[in-house]
Design a protein. Structure first.
Length: 301
């Protein structure tokens, strides 16, 4: 059963934290406003900064099912919203003819022949969180399909009519900004840029998600990653990569960073060979030494 929405920003922070998500005040405020105002939430930022996770945490914390539409190049209405089951329609026509009945268009375009896809499922089913993930990967014309849903929580089907949500879904859209999303989408949403966390928040995330990690190693991992993000790399590691790297180091029974250990596990932190080659060796050793020598507050983030 769906639970009540949080009644304040502080309560929203606690809701997210209970699901393992450490949000800064600005993000928690935007999430609270989206819930209280009944507006879709549009989250934009670099990959790996935790945008998708917010929808998952809201679904779990509010007792709603998560309906996810993963966007991709070529996504269309039949894959995103609904599709008519033509095989069943044809069978119904033949059965009607065999029984001496005249089939009608109204009888063929009935709800029982409609196959629900994520957008329609979120509107017609029990209370849900609708995650429209990586909208920037879809073709720009696809965005026009979303406008009715984002504005009125309804979907018009020409052959059937308009289907309205009894309980409007919580809508979360994400974008990695590989292209600009149209203003018409943005106007219907509350917007928040989700950035890489600062050192203090990333330490809190690591402490919450991996409480068994040695404190010294946890601090060194975060400080190392923060320095990498300040360097010249093609793709900076996100929070997901920080957690993966910490888990890899923990699996190797590490208690602190060592240059050789860093070199051997960079595949958990960086995802491009050019970045790994640039960091491996002398540069990794330099950053490890800097992490060990300087207090956390003095490191150049």
């Amino acid at each position: 059963m769906a639970g009540p929405f949080p009644s304040s920003v502080a309560e929203t922070e606690r809701l997210l934290a209970a699901g393992g998500y450490v949000a800064d005040r600005a993000l928690a405020t935007t999430v609270f406003l989206a819930l209280s105002m009944g507006r879709p939430l549009f989250l934009e930022g670099e990959p790996g900064t935790g945008k998708t996770e917010i929808a998952k945490v809201l679904a779990g914390g509010l007792g709603r099912r998560l309906v996810r539409l993963q966007c991709y190049d070529g996504l269309d209405l039949s894959a995103a919203a609904y599709e008519w089951n033509h095989a069943r329609q044809l069978m119904a026509i033949r059965l009607a003819e065999a029984g001496g009945e005249a089939s009608s268009e109204a009888g063929i375009y009935d709800r029982r022949f409609l196959q629900e896809r994520p957008l329609l499922a979120a509107l017609s089913g029990p209370p849900s969180v609708l995650l429209i993930d990586e909208l920037d990967r879809a073709d720009e014309p696809f965005e026009a399909f979303l406008l009715e849903i984002l504005a009125d929580f309804q979907l018009s089907i020409p052959e059937l009519g308009t289907i309205r949500a009894e309980t409007p879904p919580i809508v979360v859209l994400t974008s990695n900004r590989t292209r600009e999303v149209h203003d018409a989408i943005r106007r219907r949403c509350l917007y928040q840029w989700v950035d890489y966390p600062d050192a203090a928040r990333e330490r809190a995330i690591l402490a919450q998600r991996m409480p068994g990690l040695p404190a010294a190693l946890s601090a060194q991992v975060v400080d190392f990653v923060q320095q990498v993000r300040g360097g010249d790399f093609f793709k900076f590691p996100g929070v997901a990569e920080t957690l993966d790297w910490a888990a890899a180091l923990s699996s190797l029974d590490a208690t602190e960073l060592e240059p050789v250990l860093v070199d051997e596990t960079l595949g958990a932190l960086l995802k491009y060979q050019d970045d790994i080659a640039k960091l491996r060796g002398a540069e990794a050793a330099r950053l490890v030494e800097a992490v060990k020598q300087a207090p956390a507050a003095a490191l150049p983030f």
